[in-house]
Design a protein around this ligand. Structure first.
Ligand SMILES: Cc1cc2nc3c(=O)[nH]c(=O)nc-3n(C[C@H](O)[C@H](O)[C@H](O)COP(=O)(O)OP(=O)(O)OC[C@H]3O[C@@H](n4cnc5c(N)ncnc54)[C@H](O)[C@@H]3O)c2cc1C
Length: 456
């Protein structure tokens, strides 16, 4: 149903991924060969930044489960994988992030909007549907209030600030912020003022198909739960301990004699030991990735609202109302780019944030929805994207010790749980599919000359 709406965060990228087959060839071909780098830094390890070969069918040759997994990136993909490694397979992990915190980038600054069926026409269908179900399971396990999970409504509302397109009659009966304001004594004139610029209204989902979670709270809860689970089963050996390490992973360390993976090396030269590596660094993961920068503002609302709104008109701002009586508002993306800003330090341009506030206020007209309150928080972050708009997930080297998971565009919070579940299953068993999701459409081998952890 969302295909009718234009310029939305979700619309653009869903259309891109639904036309996967027609777009993949030229997009992939656009990347010319990049030479690989191999550096010997000590007598014990050989470091490599190269990761280009993998089985062409996306399957893995791995037999034994790993002892300890290093996860580069503490976003939703890293933390969901750590969660399912711990809960489903009893495997401990070390999460490494340059900030030393969980979800400092997009995964901590996203809207947290979840939709069951908006990806049904794309290769993301299985991943999205499985994830939507897992979000409910996770909310039950972690505590819905702890992660601000709830089911809610969603609508597209057409607005025209000029008033020229304003139709006769009430068009705002189902618009939550507008109907909240009307009373038995409200005059037609007042109702018109509240309805403001509304020219159309369409339901885009209800509590059966739409949900919401607080992304940062979810990532933190997932990581804490993974740590607790490993602690419960730990026998005090180092391999059986989850830890969060501050550092930027710059290369994969291998034993120079047999080529077995010994860990990763950080920017300062520190070797972090482990026998398997997952790179989940968002737009910083590989040379093929771009990031689309979005600003967001959080504006207090007078009441707790239950209807997310995709405005059509006034620049198409998107409003995700939250259970803490706030509205997360976003829109007006920058063009895709190679991301050079450091994670957690993405610059906020005040004029970009002001533009969103103005658009939301104009679109919602004179209602108290956003007009009475000043924004309490502004942020900026990057959607991680691949050339064909689909995630890249799977094994990237023949030795079954290096994996990648990134590129979830505007759906990373939705797709996180099934991505983590399936990646954990792959890492633990070598199988590229669970009963619910196959990683076949997302295999890294579709990108020739993939280079991981390229210098930023
Ligand atoms: C404005 C906005 C709103 C969004 N709203 C929604 C939404 O409502 N619903 C939804 O489903 N999705 C939403 N998304 C998409 C979602 O936020 C992303 O797809 C998702 O967060 C990506 O998760 P990630 O773990 O791949 O990447 P990130 O969250 O970017 O995490 C990557 C991590 O890797 C770390 N890192 C980087 N380089 C290194 C390195 N060399 N070594 C170690 N660590 C490194 C970074 O510090 C970072 O913590 C939104 C995105 C944006 C920008």
């Amino acid at each position: 149903m969302m295909y009718m709406y234009q310029s939305s965060l979700f619309l653009f990228l869903s259309i891109l991924s639904s036309s996967y087959s027609s777009r993949v060839s030229p997009a992939v071909a656009a990347f010319s060969p990049i030479s690989t780098t191999t550096t010997t830094t000590s007598s014990r390890t050989t470091l490599t930044k190269m990761a280009s070969s993998s089985p062409s069918d996306g399957s893995s040759t791995k037999k034994n489960p790993p002892q300890h997994v290093i996860i580069a990136g503490g976003g939703v993909i890293g933390t969901t994988t750590a969660y399912y490694l711990a809960h489903n397979h009893g495997i401990a992990s070390t999460v490494i992030d340059p900030t030393g915190t969980i979800a400092p980038a997009a995964s901590g600054k996203a809207g947290g909007f979840l939709a069951l069926d908006w990806n049904d026409m794309s290769p993301l269908r299985q991943l999205a549907r499985r994830s939507f179900a897992l979000h409910q399971t996770l909310a039950d396990a972690l505590g819905a209030t702890r992660v601000d999970y709830r089911r809610l409504m969603c609508a597209s509302i057409g607005v025209d600030p000029t008033g020229r397109m304003k139709p006769r009659g009430k068009k705002f009966d189902n618009i939550e912020w507008a109907t909240k304001e009307t009373t038995a004594t409200t005059t037609t004139k007042q109702e018109d003022a509240i309805a403001g610029n509304v020219v159309s209204f369409q339901v885009m989902g209800d509590t059966e198909t739409i949900a919401q979670v607080h992304p940062k709270k979810l990532c933190v809860a997932l990581w804490e739960s993974a740590c607790s689970k490993i602690e419960e089963t730990s026998n005090d050996s180092n391999n059986k301990k989850n830890q969060l390490v501050q550092g930027k992973v710059t290369s994969i360390a291998k034993h120079e004699n047999d080529g077995s993976l010994v860990g990763v090396t950080l920017e300062d030269g520190t070797l972090i030991p482990g026998d398997t590596v997952l790179l989940a660094c968002g737009p910083w993961t590989a040379n093929i990735m771009t990031g689309i920068k979005y600003h967001s503002v959080i504006i207090p609302t007078d009441n707790v609202l239950h209807q997310c709104v995709f405005f059509a008109g006034c620049g198409d701002p998107e409003v995700y109302v939250r259970p803490d009586a706030t509205a997360y508002c976003t829109g007006f993306p920058d063009p895709p780019q190679r991301v050079t800003e450091q994670p957690g330090q993405e610059e906020v341009r005040p004029e970009a944030a002001d533009r969103i506030v103005t658009a939301v206020r104009t679109a919602s007209s004179s209602s108290s929805f956003a007009n009475n309150n000043e924004p309490e928080k502004v942020a900026a972050c990057y959607l991680p994207s691949t050339p064909d708009g689909l995630p890249i997930m799977g094994q990237v080297q023949d030795d079954a010790a290096v994996y990648v998971a990134s590129g979830h565009t505007c759906w990373g919070i939705l797709l996180g749980p099934a991505s983590g579940e399936t990646m954990a299953h792959l890492i633990a068993t070598g199988q590229t599919a669970t009963d619910h999701v196959s990683l076949a459409p997302f295999q890294p081998a579709r990108f020739r000359n993939l280079q991981l952890l390229e210098e930023q």
